[in-house]
Structures are given as C-alpha cells and as structure tokens.
Design a protein around this ligand. Structure first.
Ligand code: SAM
Length: 285
C-alpha cells in the first residue's frame, strides 16, 4: 500500500548578506520541495542558482498574500511540500510569512522552521548589551503619533530594545530615540551584518546621533538600545551639568552640532529650546 504524500509548510531562513549562511538542511529541503513561495522570485533565484537548486518558485508577498495564501494551502492539502522564503533572514520577521503560517495551521498542515540568519538576533548577540530579556520592535511605526506613543510606552521598559531602520531614516529615528529615551542610553548601530563592511558602532544614543550627523548612514542597520536602568539614569542626571550654557558647550565639545546640542539640553533640563537659545545669546554677549 502506498503511503499518501503529506503536505507541509517550511519557513526557511535565507542569508542576510553572506550567501554561505545557509544550513545543509535548508539547502537539501529547498532542493527536494515541490514549490518555493518567495517574496521576490528574481532575488531568490540568485540564491537558488548559487546552490544549484532547480525547484519551481512562485511569488508570495504582502500584496498578494490574501489570494496566494489560500492557493498555497490548497496545494499543501493535496500533498505539496512548500518552502516559504523572504528576501533575507527569517520569513515572518518584518517580512511576509506569518500569514501563510497562520493559514496553514488553521488548515491542519504541519509547519516547520528551517532556522538560520536573522538580523535582529545576530546584532543583539554581538552588541555587548544585555541579552537575557529583550523586545523586538522591527521598524517603528512611520506616523509621528503612533511612533511617539510606542516610544513613550517603552521608555521605562527594562529589556533591551531592538529596531530595524533604513539608512535614510536613521538620523531621524536616532533623534527621536534620544528625545524619548534620553541621550545617555548605551546603544549599538549594527551595520551590514555578515557583509564586507560589517560594523558595530557601540556608543550612547546621543553619541550615535552625533556620529551619523557627521557620517552619512549607508547600508542596512539594526539598532540595539539598552533598557531602562534607574540607577544609570540617576547618575547620568547627577553628572549632567545643570547649567544650560555649560551643557550645550559640553555637548558641542563632544562633536554634537549646536542645534542638536540645544535640543538635547532642552530635553535634559526640561526647558524650552527658545529659553536655551536666549541664555546662549546672553552668555555670548
Ligand atoms: N526577515 C529579516 C530578518 O530576519 O532579519 C528582516 C527583513 S526587514 C525587511 C529588513 C531590515 O532588516 C533592514 O532594513 C535592516 O534593518 C535589517 N537587516 C537586514 N539585513 C541586515 C544586515 N545584513 N545588516 C544589518 N541589518 C540588516
């Protein structure tokens, strides 16, 4: 008696830069599967040809998931083994995949991971910050209100925070993180992981902002930010000069441009920027 072929969904990691970051198992299963559901088939084709994999690929992404998802589930119900991949890292992590997993689970199909590269955890483990408890936020909401609400919610959260950010939004996001969480928070900008220009920039949030104001952010970034620590915040407060003019001068001596130094001083001392500006004018007379 022949056993009926059972369908299954695999969610497979793919490299986040370095093509060698594939497991033997993922390569084998991608080669044996009936179909690969890829975020971008042309992008995935490069990976597949690198590993000499000839499995058929179909597109599955944010914009077709509502129609394509049920079609894929039907195929799996008829016995097909489908592997879902995104352009990089783990599907379902700031990428398509989670919805397909939900549909498959609802339809009683087995869902298995093919683990591997992920930008958030790769950055976290090399950050030097606390890895025992952390919260992954992915990309912050783009709209100001939702973003501000989220940041004020996480302000006193003790866990390490993980964010994804595009290079052209990095300065703005760092500025808002400084404003919401304070410039003294230890943080790491992890750039171009597993690639030629891989870099870990370990500083405070304020120093990172100053650094990227001087240096154009390029490539892909993960931001890791230390969680709230009441004793650190208290000693930072005690160490910060209470005189606005002194504080602006100190920030400028650390490389922070005047406008940003005034903004940070206003936030630290809970004063308006206009008052800081007037005090600076007086001091310079
Ligand atoms: N699914 C992916 C994962 O598991 O990491 C994340 C995909 S998300 C669309 C893309 C974002 O991940 C980028 O904007 C960047 O923030 C981060 N990222 C991806 N590859 C990276 C790399 N090599 N170095 C640093 N960050 C990376």
């Amino acid at each position: 008696m022949t056993e009926e072929k059972r369908g299954r969904l695999y969610l497979s990691a793919t490299p986040i830069g370095n093509l060698e970051d594939m497991t033997f198992r993922a390569v084998r299963i991608l080669g044996e599967a009936d179909l690969i559901a890829a975020e971008d088939t042309r992008h995935t084709r490069k990976l597949l040809s690198h590993y000499d994999i000839h499995t058929a690929a179909t597109s599955y992404h944010e914009h077709n998931k509502l129609t394509k998802g049920p079609e894929l589930v039907e195929k799996m119900q008829s016995g097909a083994v489908v592997v879902c991949v995104s352009d990089a890292g783990l599907p379902g992590i700031s990428d398509p995949g989670a919805h397909l997993a939900q549909l498959a689970i609802e339809a009683g199909i087995e869902v298995s991971p093919l683990p591997g590269a992920n930008a958030a955890l790769s950055a976290l483990i090399c950050s030097g910050l606390d890895t025992t408890a952390f919260t992954f936020y992915g990309f912050l909401p783009r709209t100001g209100k939702k973003r501000r609400e989220l940041l004020s919610r996480v302000k006193e959260s003790p866990e390490t925070l993980i964010f994804y950010e595009a290079p052209h939004h990095l300065r703005e996001t760092l500025g808002q993180l400084c404003e919401a969480l304070g410039e003294m928070r230890p943080a790491v900008a992890a750039r171009e992981l597993t690639k030629h220009y891989e870099e870990f920039n370990r500083r405070t949030l304020g120093e990172l902002l100053a650094y990227y104001q001087e240096n154009e952010p390029r490539g892909e970034f993960v931001l890791i930010v230390s969680g709230f620590d009441s004793s650190r915040e208290a000693s930072a407060e005690a160490a910060a000069p209470a005189d606005p003019v002194e504080l602006v001068a100190r920030l400028e001596s650390e490389g922070v441009p005047r406008k940003e130094a005034m903004r940070q001083a206003a936030q630290t001392l809970n004063m308006s920027r206009r008052d800081i500006y007037n005090l600076l004018l007086q001091a310079e007379k």
